[in-house]
Ligand binder design. Structure first.
Ligand SMILES: NC(=O)c1ccc[n+]([C@@H]2O[C@H](COP(=O)([O-])OP(=O)(O)OC[C@H]3O[C@@H](n4cnc5c(N)ncnc54)[C@H](OP(=O)(O)O)[C@@H]3O)[C@@H](O)[C@H]2O)c1
Length: 329
């Protein structure tokens, strides 16, 4: 299968190449795509070097599938051109996520929503993916009324420039800033731009994408998204109120049986999920599961995942695997 990775020189794109290799996706020809400044550079994949091309050249090379992680502008401009040429696009940017004509997919949650006619499929926001994987079995069993989430997000969620900013600050080097403020020894309660309602775009992504992926507009979500000087993954403090009563032990058991979720929850041994441990893993880790003692039918938990893996590359490759399994590529 010919696979184009658009944004192959970026953080998500590089992770994509690693995940395609690890999961043994049947790539016979890789087409790495990046901006004009990178055309001609080489990337290594499966022990071979492949030349970076621009998007127009990639279309002419007729890949079966193109996995985009090159920013919303590139996706808006190029994804329709790939699709018109009959190439299925899996897009990591926010460009198409809330378009009613496009599917927004976490395979374990709503993979069945994809049809053969979907030529541009959106990969959700990283913070949303790790949360909905946990919410899905709980919604089925107890029906979720409201979710209050606060995130602690890794700098890798912003791309190469942000990782460089953090590393520069640690070494006392002044360089290009990805954020408006220093990130080392700091916490920035702003991810993406502010909207008229006082929330950030990242916060509203969590609200709106959750409803779309879970196919239930009745689920209320309120979010505060925060950037912290961490590399391994995103963490989330999540408070969930159910319609129905639940039992903590039963709920924990339910999550233990959920594919893609690993429960790490033993206060007696100080065991709980941390980004250091989630780094480079495909699973979503859950711990600190405890009853909210201030109101009935409500639980608190802590959810951690590597935003570059399940939050981006792994989820996109899983969508490609789903399509390939149906012979739709
Ligand atoms: N980081 C995450 O956790 C995460 C999670 C989910 C989704 N995403 C999304 O994934 C995308 C990339 O994120 P990232 O963190 O990998 O950013 P990044 O490290 O800054 O990489 C951006 C990539 O896009 C390429 N690019 C830029 N303009 C292009 C163009 N006109 N044509 C083709 N390629 C172009 C860049 O190529 P050059 O090297 O040539 O500049 C680079 O390969 C963003 O849309 C982001 O929202 C990121």
């Amino acid at each position: 299968m010919k696979v184009a990775v658009v944004g192959a020189t970026g953080l998500v794109g590089s992770k994509m190449l690693q995940v395609l290799t690890e999961r043994n996706f049947p790539v016979t020809e890789l087409i790495p795509v990046a901006s004009e400044k990178s055309v001609g550079k080489e990337v290594t994949f499966k022990g071979k070097t492949w030349k970076v091309v621009n998007a127009a050249t990639a279309i002419a090379m007729k890949p079966n599938v193109a996995i985009f992680s090159a920013g919303g502008g590139t996706s808006l401009e190029w994804a329709p051109k790939f699709a018109e040429a009959g190439i299925t696009v899996i897009d990591n940017s926010s460009a198409w996520r809330m378009d009613p004509s496009k599917k927004l997919v976490v395979p374990e949650v709503n993979g069945d929503a994809i049809t053969q006619d979907d030529k541009i499929i959106a990969n959700p926001n990283c913070s949303t993916i790790q949360m909905v994987l946990v919410l899905k079995p709980l919604h089925e069993k107890y029906k979720i009324k409201r979710v209050v989430v606060s995130t602690y997000q890794s700098v890798t969620g912003t791309g190469v420039k942000a990782v460089t900013q953090l590393m520069n600050e640690r070494q006392g080097i002044s360089g290009e800033m990805a954020y408006a403020y220093p990130i080392d020894l700091n916490v920035i309660p702003q991810i993406d731009v502010f909207l008229d309602n006082g929330y950030t775009k990242e916060e509203m992504k969590m609200v709106n994408e959750t409803k779309k992926i879970m196919r239930d507009d009745s689920i209320l979500v309120t979010a505060t998204t925060v950037r912290i000087p961490v590399m391994g993954g995103h963490s989330e403090s999540v408070n969930i109120e159910f319609e129905n009563e639940y039992d903590v032990k039963e709920l924990r058991g339910l999550l233990e049986q959920t594919p893609g979720v690993i429960v790490v929850d033993d206060p007696s041994k100080a065991q709980y999920p941390m980004p250091k441990d989630a780094h480079d893993k495909d699973e979503v880790f859950v711990g600190r599961i405890r009853r909210d003692e201030t109101q009935p039918k409500t639980v608190n938990m802590w959810i951690v995942a590597d935003n570059l893996r399940k939050g981006a590359a792994t989820n996109a490759v899983q969508i490609a695997e789903y399509l390939s399994g149906k012979n739709w590529l």
